[in-house]
Design a protein around this ligand. Structure first.
Ligand SMILES: C[S@@+](CC[C@H](N)C(=O)[O-])C[C@H]1O[C@@H](n2cnc3c(N)ncnc32)[C@H](O)[C@@H]1O
Length: 321
């Protein structure tokens, strides 16, 4: 088998490692060929690509697009730097991982992705159509294996949960949980959350945002990959309803400090506590958290709410039609 090597950084330990790519990666898996056009408003909404870090050069994606319909953009999950329509780029908070996937997760992807997931596309999602009700919508970014997502969604049946994750095995695992437990208030988007928030989530529409144990990118030179940075928090805040909350948790002290600094600096957010928050009852202990605790790390929760003031007109340029 012909193999080409590409360098990727490991978010968990911050080391660079070589990932082999086979030609099989040139074709998208069949389960990604689906679209649910009725779930979207006809009007294309766009906010400027937020540069997680500006002044970066785009790496062309050698892989074929993973989506096929005319108004869907190619999924660009592989390169470390993503392009936007406007030509701007942002550094991805994740890297392509050839992680182990179990046969049952693969089966769940093939069978259940069309039922419980929504394709990424550059138009605003209509949650009432997707969920069949207008319950409050909570966005979870990076749900991993979905264990927390499942528990929270079951404990809060009157809220809807939109989970965004890029990791195949994790998406398969959550699909299986949804199916095994007949959970009706979770939907999944398998795509870069930055692009999902930017392109699919209406301003002032979310009741809450969960970011639990985001990849810590411990090495200083990799901090630019961390998800919780001012531009993204500003974008996320714009998607919260007044009074809506953003809840982050991490077991990396240095990242907790960064989170506190970034969230505190966002003028549209208010801290619900003096500093860090006690873990709320609805957030169960996760596998990452348990691992962190075993390693002697602390765990820090942060809960901020959007100020109850009218939505400011955000000054991001609109995409040219
Ligand atoms: C360290 S894991 C934590 C998983 C889970 N929240 C937990 O607590 O167990 C971080 C997850 O975020 C996902 N992730 C990182 N950046 C992302 C992005 N931009 N969009 C979607 N998922 C992302 C990764 O694939 C990974 O599964």
């Amino acid at each position: 088998m012909e193999k080409s090597a590409s360098k990727a950084d490991d978010p968990a330990n911050g080391e660079a490692k070589i990932i082999a790519r086979s030609p099989a990666h040139a074709l998208p898996p069949p389960y990604l060929f689906h679209a649910l056009p009725h779930e979207f408003s006809g009007k294309t909404h766009y906010n400027r690509a937020f540069p997680l870090l500006a002044n970066t050069r785009a790496i062309p994606d050698a892989r074929a697009p993973t989506m096929t319909t005319s108004n869907e953009k190619p999924s660009l999950l592989s390169p470390n730097v993503a392009n936007s329509n406007s030509g701007e780029t942002h550094i991805r908070s994740f890297v392509h991982r050839r992680a182990h996937i179990t046969p049952s997760q693969e089966q769940a992807l093939a069978r259940l992705l069309p039922l419980w997931s929504i394709s990424y596309r550059d138009s605003i999602l209509k949650p009432e159509t997707v969920f069949g009700n207008d319950h409050p919508l909570i966005l979870e970014i990076g749900f991993g294996m979905g264990e927390t997502t499942q528990k929270i969604a079951q404990a809060r049946p009157n809220d809807n949960f939109l989970g965004v994750e890029v990791f195949n095995a994790g998406v398969g695992a959550l699909l299986k949980r949804i199916d095994d437990n007949q959970i009706s208030n979770i939907r999944i988007i398998q795509h870069d959350a930055v692009e999902v928030v930017r392109d699919m989530i209406a301003p002032a529409s979310l009741a809450g945002i969960h970011i639990y144990f985001p990849d810590p990118w411990p090495k200083k030179r990799h901090h630019k990959r961390r998800l919780v940075q001012s531009p993204f928090i500003q974008l996320l805040t714009s998607r919260l309803k007044p009074g809506g909350y953003i809840h982050c948790a991490t077991d990396w002290e240095n990242y907790a400090e960064q989170m506190l600094e970034v969230l505190s600096a966002e003028p549209m957010l208010s801290n619900t506590q003096e500093g860090y928050a006690p873990r709320p009852d609805f957030r169960p202990l996760t596998k990452f958290e348990n691992r962190g605790l075993r390693l002697g790390h602390g765990v820090w929760d942060l809960i901020f709410t959007r100020n109850d003031t009218p939505t400011p007109e955000l000054n991001w340029p609109k995409k040219e039609q």
